[in-house]
Structures are given as structure tokens and as C-alpha cells.
Write a protein that binds this ligand. Structure first.
Ligand SMILES: [Zn+2]
Length: 171
């Protein structure tokens, strides 16, 4: 399956798209220590503790970058974005370009009655933005497209971090 915008891409972009679409997992080695951060992230979000959320996201992101041998990147967790409707947990990836490192910005948003869902969406947003970094730095793609392969890579990281760990104290 290709997304509809594929048709509008140039021939060079289509080649990048196809390369991106063909990679469906991110083999993250040695994830045990990173899995231990997941309950910390979940509880920091539940407490709406922005500084702790940011600290855990940084550890998690640097840990993944290190294991995947890509340049480290910064993570900023910003306050609630008032205009976002529930379910839209926005993130932003900015490549290093002139800066010392690439930056991921995440907007913390809590939905008081659906905290676990919020946590999963938040983590997925972080992983989504990290996948843009991997497109450039690990796969050396000149552009980073949202392909089916891209979303599968995002999911593969999510499952590696979340669902392979024992379900204890996670909800
Ligand atoms: Zn994206």
C-alpha cells in the first residue's frame, strides 16, 4: 500500500519513499534498561510532572540513539498545548542542520480520564519523531516520508519498549 501523496512526488522522491517503505523494523539491541524507563514515564505523565517527563524522555531517547549508533538528540517537553483537541499529542522533529544536535519537541497533554491512552500516545509521538531522526541518520535517506514502513518502524520500537516487558505495574 502507498499513501495517496505518493503520486505527487518526483521520481527521486519516489525512490526515497520506496526505500523508506521497505524497512519495517528497527532492531533495537539491549532494550532491557530502556524498558525500565517506561513505567517511570507513565507515572511522571500521570503526575503531570513536566520536568520528570522531560528527564525520562531524554534518557530514553539518548539510550535509543546510543544503541542504534546515531548522533544524540535533544528532547524538549513543553506544557499543554491548549489548542490541541484530545488525542492530538503533537511532536516536532528538527534536524541538526546548523545546531549542535537535532531536537525533538513534545507537547505534554493529559486527558484526565484516559491516562494510559495518553501515555501510549505520548510515547508513540516520541518514537515517531525519533523515526524521522533514524531516517536521516541511520538509513541515510535524504528525506523522511510517512510511509507504511515508517509507521511499522515506529510500532516496532513501541513494542520493543512496551509490550515485551511484563505487564506488572504498568497500568
Ligand atoms: Zn512525522
Amino acid at each position: 500500500m502507498v499513501f495517496s501523496y505518493y503520486k505527487k512526488l518526483s521520481a527521486a522522491q519516489k525512490r526515497i519513499y520506496e526505500q523508506s517503505d521497505a524497512i519495517i523494523t528497527v532492531p533495537l539491541p539491549d532494550a532491557g534498561e530502556l524498558q525500565l524507563l517506561i513505567p517511570l514515564l507513565s507515572s511522571a505523565l500521570t503526575r503531570e510532572d513536566r520536568e520528570q517527563v522531560e528527564a525520562v524522555c531524554r534518557k530514553l531517547t539518548l539510550g535509543m540513539a546510543d544503541r542504534l549508533a546515531v548522533p544524540p538528540l535533544r528532547v524538549k517537553v513543553l506544557a499543554v498545548r491548549p489548542s490541541a483537541s484530545w488525542g492530538e499529542l503533537h511532536g516536532l522533529y528538527e534536524p541538526a542542520e546548523g545546531r549542535a544536535s537535532a531536537v525533538i519537541s513534545l507537547w505534554m497533554r493529559t486527558a484526565k480520564h484516559r491516562r494510559v491512552v495518553a501515555f501510549k500516545s505520548f510515547l508513540r509521538t516520541l518514537l515517531h519523531e525519533l523515526c524521522h531522526h533514524l531516517d536521516y541518520e541511520l538509513y541515510k535517506l535524504p528525506d523522511s516520508f510517512h510511509t507504511e514502513g515508517f509507521y511499522k518502524r515506529e510500532s516496532s520500537l513501541f513494542h520493543r519498549l512496551v509490550e515485551e516487558q511484563p505487564p506488572a505495574n504498568f497500568e
